[in-house]
Design a protein around this ligand. Structure first.
Ligand SMILES: [Zn+2]
Length: 259
């Protein structure tokens, strides 16, 4: 699942393709907006908020998209066929290029003035200009009995973390994912590190948290279940956490992150 850094890069690509250009084609292949037509309008900008994308269009409209599990935006020359054709959910094109949204988990069209309705619940955006670690910690502390692992994925606390950054951040802070939020003194250290990791990865594909870009060496625990910890040699554990039917993958080192 794309995390905040991947969504940030996607927003940058959409800005390069669409900003300031008049739309010559718009196709919403979702039932709710099948008749919407933005042709003739200029695209103002695309911004990311956590894992959400907001493409603002002339006339006070915003296209809201979310990649969810495996969605993507592909930018190509106009008219070029895109892989996964029957999974295309949205096409926005101008004379220069086209942006094709494939397998998007959400496609919505709303008034720009109403953006708060779809992103207003989000906590501070780890990659936003208005990133606010104090506010993120305050939100985390609201529910001291929840586990830190679940709290970090709850986008209402802070926006942008998925399973990769959760696993890597908690490993680097030596925190067992099931520890209660209320039992962690240095939450500021947790959110500050998560922000640094996302920020360090926002301009290139892939996730490197070890500082070593070689493919097999990029992470501490994510993708390394059953293999020896790079620090202590303990086999990396793998499990799931979260409410029933919403469990998400979690990886940790029992040696470096004791109960
Ligand atoms: Zn270890």
């Amino acid at each position: 699942m794309p995390e905040g850094d991947a969504v940030y890069r996607t927003a940058a690509r959409l800005r390069g393709a669409l900003d300031g250009q008049v739309l010559t084609r718009s196709e919403f292949r979702v039932p709710r907006h099948a008749t919407a037509d933005l042709t003739g309008r200029s695209v103002l900008e695309t911004v990311s908020r956590g894992k959400h994308l907001l493409t603002r269009v002339e006339g006070g409209l915003t296209v809201h998209t979310h990649l969810r599990m495996d969605g993507s935006w592909q930018v190509t020359a106009p008219g070029r066929r895109v892989a996964g054709g029957d999974q295309v959910r949205l096409i926005l094109a101008n004379a220069r290029c086209q942006a094709v949204g494939v397998r998007l988990g959400m496609v919505d069209l709303l008034r720009t003035a109403d953006e708060g309705r779809v992103v207003g619940h989000l906590g501070p955006d780890l990659l936003g200009l208005d990133w606010d670690p104090v506010e993120a910690v305050r939100r985390l502390r609201r529910d001291p009995d929840t586990t830190i692992g679940e709290a970090l994925l709850d986008q209402r606390n802070l926006a942008g973390i998925g399973t990769i950054y959760r696993a890597e951040t908690l490993f680097l802070r030596g925190i067992w994912p099931w520890r209660r939020v209320g039992d962690i003194e240095d939450l500021d250290g947790v959110v500050t590190l998560a922000q640094r990791l996302l920020d360090a990865n926002k301009r290139h594909a892939g996730t490197v948290t070890t500082g070593d870009r070689r493919p097999a060496n990029q992470t501490w625990v994510y993708g390394r279940a059953g293999r020896p910890c790079r620090r202590c040699g303990t086999r990396i554990s793998r499990g799931e956490m979260g409410a029933h039917a919403q469990e998400r993958l979690v990886l940790w080192c029992g040696g470096c992150q004791p109960r």
